[in-house]
Design a protein around this ligand. Structure first.
Ligand SMILES: Cc1cc2nc3c(=O)[nH]c(=O)nc-3n(C[C@H](O)[C@H](O)[C@H](O)COP(=O)(O)O)c2cc1C
Length: 221
């Protein structure tokens, strides 16, 4: 799978996890892909907590269920109906869960590039996650990113210290199906817009010329 293929075919997956085991060597490669991400000042601010314990996962799943209800109740009627059909997590069905954290103080105070933008540590961690997502796709493994919880509640369950940020809670598993479109598009919750809507030239809100817009519109990967 070339890089464009992996980018285009990567999906956030919460359904269709199979019972099949993921070999440790493959999990290790996916983690290593994360570890190869760029990081501000080579600070490598990430940690990866692999969660196999079903009781820990049930605690996280219970938090997610609560927030799912909260979100459902906040929706207007027409959206409630659509949301009911959307699966937002596969915490128990997946083979392993991985919590990805960010240490803003990793490797001390003199991190090159972090001095003025503290969030660069978090950006680095998110890049590691995207690397993992793409590597998993090339191994035919699905990843779902779950964010229906208060991160502080999950940190308590996982014994994560106060000063460490929980950036992502991921679920990984082999799949029985891999879909071409995001599930949110399939279920008509949201859709991808054309890239040309998001491109400006020189300054905010200045549209590029029509020629370039046409090139963007006809571009395929
Ligand atoms: C930061 C982040 C948090 C997300 N949290 C959730 C979530 O809690 N539940 C869920 O069903 N999907 C979640 N998603 C998945 C998005 O809905 C999904 O990426 C988007 O619909 C596009 O689909 P695709 O990733 O298959 O292209 C999250 C994605 C990101 C990047």
């Amino acid at each position: 799978m070339d890089v464009y293929d992996a980018i285009k075919k990567r999906r956030d997956v919460r359904s269709w996890f199979s019972d099949e085991k993921i070999p440790d060597e493959i999990i290790s490669k996916i983690l290593l892909a994360g570890h190869y991400a760029p990081s501000v000042g080579l600070s490598e601010p990430w940690n990866f907590i692999m969660i196999k314990d079903i009781n820990i996962r049930k605690k996280v799943r219970d938090l997610v269920n609560k927030k799912r209800c909260e979100f459902y109740n906040s929706l207007p009627e027409d959206k409630k109906e659509k949301f009911e059909k959307i699966k937002i997590e596969g915490i128990l069905e997946s083979y392993v869960n991985i919590a990805v954290t960010c240490d803003f103080n990793r490797k001390g105070p003199d991190i090159l590039g972090r001095a003025f933008i503290r969030a660069t540590s978090e950006y680095s961690t998110v890049l590691a996650i995207e690397n993992m997502w793409l590597a998993a796709r090339s191994e035919n493994i699905g990843i779902g990113w779950i964010s229906f919880f208060n991160p502080e509640d999950v940190k308590k369950i996982l014994n994560i210290p106060d000063e460490i940020k929980l950036v992502a809670y991921l679920t990984l598993g082999k799949l029985t199906e891999y879909h071409d479109k995001p599930e949110l598009e399939e279920k008509q919750w949201e859709k991808r817009h054309n890239l040309s809507e998001y491109i400006f030239m020189d300054k905010w809100n200045n549209k590029p010329d029509d020629n370039f817009i046409n090139i963007i519109k006809n571009s395929r990967i």
